[in-house]
Design a protein around this ligand. Structure first.
Ligand code: HEM
Length: 108
């Protein structure tokens, strides 16, 4: 059964664009990961400062395997991601992992 893992990242209002740029630079990086079913980066449109990375996985094992992988470590190493980029710090000030399963819904 599909599991939903959400990384909720607190980003100062003036750093949102930079977060979006960093995600855009890595958007396809997880596509080949076994059991990965997709993700969206959700930007707040009210005055909240919490951005959501909503990811979907075939099961818990698939998500755990990705988080333990070298690819995750490399992609989430501070100031890296791309060797050609200069070192830079994280734009988020806080992050939390939220775990959900689909309990209902519909899709036209
Ligand atoms: C639920 C799964 C995920 C977890 C647990 C996770 C974890 C994290 C954490 C802890 C941060 C640091 C936030 C901060 O700046 O304080 C972060 C940032 C980031 N993550 Fe993820 N992440 C997840 C999914 C993804 C996915 C699917 C991608 C896209 C390939 C991705 C790409 C990034 C990028 C580009 C940043 C910004 C890093 C920076 O500031 O340079 N993450 N993630």
């Amino acid at each position: 059964m599909t599991v939903i893992k959400i990384n909720a990242i607190t980003v100062p209002a003036d750093s949102g664009d930079e977060l979006a740029r960093r995600f855009a630079a890595r958007a396809g990086a997880v596509d080949d990961q076994e059991g990965f079913e997709g993700f969206e980066l959700l930007k707040p449109t009210d005055d909240r400062t919490t951005w959501l990375v909503v990811t979907r996985w075939r099961d818990e094992e698939a998500f755990d395997a990705w988080v333990s992988s070298r690819a995750f470590g490399q992609g989430h190493q501070q100031g890296s991601g791309d060797e050609s980029e200069p070192k830079r710090g994280p734009v988020g000030t806080h992050s939390e992992l939220w775990s959900y399963e689909i309990a209902g819904g519909s899709r036209p």
